[in-house]
Write a protein that binds this ligand. Structure first.
Ligand SMILES: O=C(CO)[C@H](O)[C@H](O)COP(=O)(O)O
Length: 299
């Protein structure tokens, strides 16, 4: 099939490469001309002008969008709709909020354009060599594009999840789980670092990856980190977040669902980014006020 990939960042370029390896025709669109050389080298076309791109594309346009979630994705969907015809297809494969995807689906419908929301997991490596995809939208459009999903994903690594928004909803919860699992690995290894034993952490991660209950890709990545003899003193303990963990917690609050581990993992990220930590300083000062307990001066 002929597919236009909009957004040739790490993930978009990976998807483009994966599509090309499976003999699809790829038009890459990105306003950054620095990515042109790479997409052309891989065998695709490069465009930074939507009008030119549309002139050179097939009867039915399939636009695969891989952009940062939020305004950028929403605006781009509205922009590209000006170039699309009835029956064309827009796929948002980024990490959009499911409510945005419901709205974008409705908006596309008013223009006669089909829309799928595709939660994509597997990182950059997965995008290139076999991803996992959770796909919401019209079933008949999913069926039409099934061969493409089959090419892009690992065996059994894609599913039709239901109506518009359900793909990104699933990806949101997936990322919430990801927060909890990563936090759990981080905490376990932190305890091992403080333990009375001189564990070789690369060996620990390795053994955890062989036959144990907690073997996983995240544990394999942990093993890789320790194998690379990463100097932890050089890494700031600050964990940014892009929003999906927060949305997962918001959804749990909306539905009155208990979500302690994921919520705590999110709060730990927020705490890690709070450089001034007034809360802890105030507690230390309060102890001093009522009990005369010492507090530590410092920046
Ligand atoms: O979707 C992903 C993996 O599944 C992304 O890596 C995600 O953006 C990471 O989220 P965060 O920045 O909040 O840790």
């Amino acid at each position: 099939m002929q597919i236009t990939v909009i957004g040739l960042g790490k993930m978009g370029m990976g998807i483009a490469e994966n599509l090309l390896r499976h003999h699809h025709q790829v038009n890459g669109f990105d306003i950054n001309p620095n990515v042109a050389e790479k997409i052309i080298k891989l065998g695709g076309n490069y465009y930074s002008d939507m009008e030119q791109l549309v002139e050179h594309t097939a009867e039915r346009q399939i636009f695969w969008m891989m952009l940062p979630a939020g305004e950028l994705t929403n605006n781009m969907i509205r922009d590209v709709l000006g170039f699309l015809r009835k029956g064309d297809i827009v796929i948002d494969a980024g990490n959009s909020h499911y409510k945005n995807s419901q709205n974008n689906y409705e908006y596309c419908q008013t223009k006669g354009v089909h829309f799928l929301d595709v939660g994509t997991s597997g990182g950059v490596e997965g995008a290139k060599n076999g991803a996992c995809m959770m796909i919401g939208g019209e079933k008949k459009i999913f069926d039409l594009l099934k061969p493409v999903f089959s090419d892009l994903c690992v065996d059994k690594g894609f599913m039709y999840s239901g109506p518009a928004g359900s793909g990104h909803y699933l990806k949101m919860v997936h990322n919430g789980i990801e927060y909890g699992m990563m936090q759990s690995i981080g905490e376990g290894f932190n305890l091992l670092h403080h333990s009375p034993y001189d564990y070789k952490m690369n060996e620990v991660a390795q053994v955890f990856n062989h036959g144990s209950v907690i073997r996983s890709w995240l544990m394999e990545l942990t093993e890789k980190i320790y194998q690379q003899q990463t100097d932890m003193t050089e890494i700031a303990g600050v964990i940014p977040s892009s929003g999906e963990g927060k949305w997962t917690v918001e959804e749990a609050l909306r539905l009155n669902v208990n979500l302690p581990v994921i919520t705590q993992a999110l709060m730990t990220r927020f705490a890690s980014e709070d450089y001034d930590k007034i809360s802890e300083k105030l507690v230390a000062l309060l102890r001093n006020q009522f009990g005369g307990h010492d507090f530590i001066k410092g920046g």
